[in-house]
Each structure stands twice: as structure tokens, then as C-alpha cells.
Design a protein around this ligand. Structure first.
Ligand code: NAP
Length: 408
């Protein structure tokens, strides 16, 4: 018979599910700086439904989404759980990446069984919706899509996590538990951005501009471009990150601190300011040509900083090229000079996480040892708030961070 609660360093026999678990919880009254927002609490182990799996978490990946959850902006996640899922627990248990062991499965589950070692992707949707079952709608575009461990409660910052069984994929056996938890959210997101929008998938020799090349998304994007034969050019804020980006396959790296034209586009009627901006963006374009060759523009720009960089991205992307964006870390106002946009037939494409096929395709690249998860820092369960704080302050190390959860 399972104990009521196990310690984090205590072995939990496979398949034995306790009533209670330790979780790193965010509550409304703690919204604010991540270092104070997370607190270790004892809560009930969640019940699972017929299409779900309960996974014992060995390690949990750290992602930017739970910086947002800690701050309580742009969404109040406790409210979201209450309104969207009728979950009035008053806690947000984040964590959108995990490696672990399946401890329980629902009646309809066929793809995993108790004892399987898995990594978990964070895409959830109504698996029984007719439009999803029939393949009419891409599930990650469907209105029922939610991100586990952000929009849906009981993510991986806890001893057990409740997931839909289709989220479970085989764990790479050449990696340890920590490295296995490091890559899926950022990797699958980057994979969809670069491979999910025909005709703008990466082709041999395509130049791809990657913002934040040393970050979570960027480190995965550089490697995917390398593996698909393209030429990644990274942007970072410090020459100390150049070697890291080059080691992943970047053919060149640009220091964004060498430029100062960032932010929203000046109004086109304000000629003086607009011309000043043009000077700045042309200087950036020249830095790109110094690496790619004169006249060679990026066919794809991999965007996520948003407000501060999107005018530049839309300007430098090649005629007929695509700027693909999955976030607005610096703000949400996208200002674009439409004259260049239509005349040069450019595409500005939104993207959000990935579907099962894209997660599997990316996981296969890791299983085949073609992509390194770029695990740079592993911390204990108690340090989860502090590493989100580092991320919030953009002081985190290159690549991806992970917290070890259940040791036994
Ligand atoms: P990360 O590891 O913190 O990397 C972000 C990078 O952005 C940093 O390394 C930084 O690089 C760069 N950056 C920061 N401020 C910048 C600025 N003002 N201008 C240009 N670059 C800047 O975070 P991440 O995991 O890659 O995630 C990045 C964003 O994407 C977050 O907002 C996250 O929530 C979002 N995201 C969305 C999805 C989705 O599915 N929609 C999935 C994953 C992540 P330098 O300072 O070196 O330039």
C-alpha cells in the first residue's frame, strides 16, 4: 500500500501512487518576482481521466512561460484554471517539460504503460473532438489547445504530473534524466517554426537569422537549421556567447549591442526619425551581408523578442521570405513598413508550440543524437523560483536549465 506522502529523495515503488505530493506552487498573493512567487507545498496528487497518464517526474525543464505565470502577466493563471478548467484549487503548478516514469494510465490509453520512461511534450487539446480525430484541424491550432504546466494545471514542478497520454514520447536513453527534461518545449516549438510552414521550410543553404541564439529557443533553432542544411546566423547581446552559437552550427554571430535602432518603427511621416531608423537597420543588414555574402538575405527569420526587433526582422528578410514568430518577450506591438512587406511579398507567420507529429519528429532528432539538448544548469527542486528569477533578469546561462525533482 502506498504511503500518504513520499520525500523527494525516497524511492516510490513503480505504480504506487500516494495521496499527496510535494509541488512548487504559485498563488495569487505571491505574484511578482519569480524568486518569491514559487513556494514548496504539499497538495493532492491529481486524479487522471481515461485518456490521461500520471507521470512521476524525475526532472523538470525551466521555461520562460512560468516567468510569466509568476509575474501574473499577461495572464493570471490561477484565474485561468478557475474559469477554463473549473479548477478552484487557488494554485498554479507550472512546469512544461518533464522526464519521468509512467505510474498510472487511463482506460483508453494504448501508447504508454506503467513503468515506461518518457519525456513529455506540452501540447494538450480535446483529443476526442471530431475535427481533431478526423485530421481536419491541426490540434495545436484548434481552439481547445492548451499548454500543459502553464494554461493547464499540474505541470512538472511536482512529484507527479497529470498529462494526456499522447504527450508522452520515448526518453532518449543516451541522456540522463536531467538532459532528457531540457529540450522538448523549446525544441518542438523551434521545429514547427522552421519546418511547419511550407513553402518556408529550411532548404539547403538557406540563410536563417536566429534571434537570441544562445537562449532556449535559439540554441535549438541553430541546430535544426544546421541539420536541415541551412546556414544559421545568430544574434546575441554579448561576444561571450559567440563561441557557444558557433559550436552549435552558426555560420556567424551578430552582437545586437552594436546597434541602437531597436523598438517600434518611427511613423513614416516623421522623415527625420524614419531616416535615422533606416540608417540603423541598414547597418544591421550590412553586418548580415558581412557573414552571408553581399546581397544574400535571410529566407527565414526566427523571431521571438517581438516589439523591439520585428521592424528589423521584416526589413532584412529576403523577398518572398518569412518572419516566423512565437512570442513577444519585449512587447506585443508589431510595427511593419507595409510598403516593403507587400512589394517584396514577405510573410509574417505566427507559430505556437507544435503538434504530435512535430514533437515526434524533433524527439527523433534527439534520439538519433543529432540535436544536443544544451543543458547548461541543473538545480534542486527548492531552487525553481531562483532559476526563473535568473531567466526573468536575462542572467541565465546559455541553452536550457532543469530542476531535478524525484531523486529516488
Ligand atoms: P531565453 O532562453 O530567455 O532566450 C531568449 C533570448 O532572447 C535571450 O537569450 C536573449 O538573447 C534574447 N533577447 C532578450 N531580450 C532581447 C531583446 N531586447 N532583443 C533581442 N533579443 C533579446 O527564452 P526562450 O526559452 O528562448 O523563450 C523566448 C520567448 O519565447 C519567451 O517569451 C517564451 O515565453 C517564448 N516561447 C514561446 C513558445 C510558444 O510556443 N509560443 C515556446 C517557447 C518559448 P540575447 O540577450 O543574447 O540577445
Amino acid at each position: 500500500m502506498a504511503k500518504e506522502l513520499y520525500e523527494l529523495n525516497e524511492a516510490i515503488p513503480v505504480g504506487e501512487v500516494p495521496k499527496k505530493m510535494y509541488a512548487m506552487a504559485i498563488r495569487k498573493e505571491r505574484y511578482g518576482e519569480p524568486k518569491n512567487a514559487f513556494k514548496k507545498e504539499v497538495i493532492d496528487v491529481p486524479e487522471i481521466g481515461p485518456d490521461d497518464a500520471l507521470v512521476l517526474v524525475r526532472a523538470a525543464g525551466i521555461n520562460y512561460n512560468n516567468v510569466w505565470a509568476a509575474l501574473g502577466i499577461p495572464l493570471d493563471m490561477v484565474e485561468v484554471h478557475a474559469k477554463d478548467q473549473n479548477d478552484h484549487s487557488g494554485v498554479h503548478i507550472g512546469g512544461s517539460d518533464a522526464s519521468g516514469i509512467v505510474y498510472k494510465v487511463g482506460a483508453n490509453v494504448k501508447n504508454v504503460k506503467v513503468g515506461d520512461e518518457v519525456v513529455v511534450h506540452c501540447g494538450m487539446w480535446d483529443v476526442n473532438h471530431p475535427d481533431i480525430k478526423s485530421g481536419k484541424v491541426d490540434p495545436i491550432v484548434h481552439s481547445s489547445n492548451r499548454i500543459w504546466g502553464y494554461e493547464v494545471n499540474y505541470g512538472s514542478f511536482a512529484q507527479f504530473t497529470k498529462v494526456q497520454a499522447h504527450q508522452c514520447l520515448p526518453r532518449p536513453q543516451h541522456l540522463d534524466w536531467n538532459a532528457s527534461a531540457a529540450y522538448m518545449l523549446v525544441g518542438a516549438t523551434a521545429y514547427r517554426m522552421l519546418m511547419g510552414f511550407p513553402e518556408h521550410t529550411v532548404r539547403k543553404d538557406d540563410v536563417v537569422l536566429v534571434w537570441g541564439g544562445a537562449g532556449g529557443l535559439g540554441s535549438m533553432a541553430i541546430q535544426i537549421v544546421r541539420e536541415t542544411g541551412g546556414k544559421p546566423i545568430a544574434v546575441v547581446n554579448d561576444p561571450g556567447k559567440f563561441d557557444f552559437c558557433k559550436s552549435l552550427g552558426a555560420v556567424g554571430v551578430i552582437n545586437r549591442k552594436d546597434f541602437d535602432h531597436w523598438g517600434m518603427l518611427p511613423h513614416w511621416k516623421d522623415e527625420a526619425k524614419y531616416n535615422e531608423w533606416l540608417k540603423g537597420v541598414r547597418k544591421f543588414g550590412k553586418a548580415l551581408w558581412d557573414i552571408a555574402g553581399k546581397g544574400v538575405n535571410p529566407r527565414i527569420v526566427f523571431e521571438h523578442p517581438g516589439e523591439s526587433t520585428i521592424p528589423t526582422s521584416c526589413y532584412v528578410v529576403d523577398r518572398g521570405g518569412m518572419v516566423v514568430i512565437c512570442a513577444g518577450t519585449t512587447g506585443y506591438n508589431a510595427t511593419v513598413d507595409l510598403r516593403y512587406h507587400w512589394m517584396h511579398q514577405k510573410r509574417l507567420q505566427g507559430s505556437h508550440f507544435a503538434n504530435d507529429e512535430q514533437c515526434t519528429a524533433f524527439n527523433n532528432l534527439v534520439l538519433e543524437k543529432r540535436i544536443d539538448p544544451c543543458l547548461s544548469k541543473t538545480v534542486s527542486f527548492d531552487e525553481i523560483g531562483n532559476v526563473h528569477q535568473m531567466m526573468y533578469e536575462n542572467k541565465h546561462p546559455h541553452g536550457n536549465m532543469v530542476a531535478t525533482v524525484q531523486l529516488g
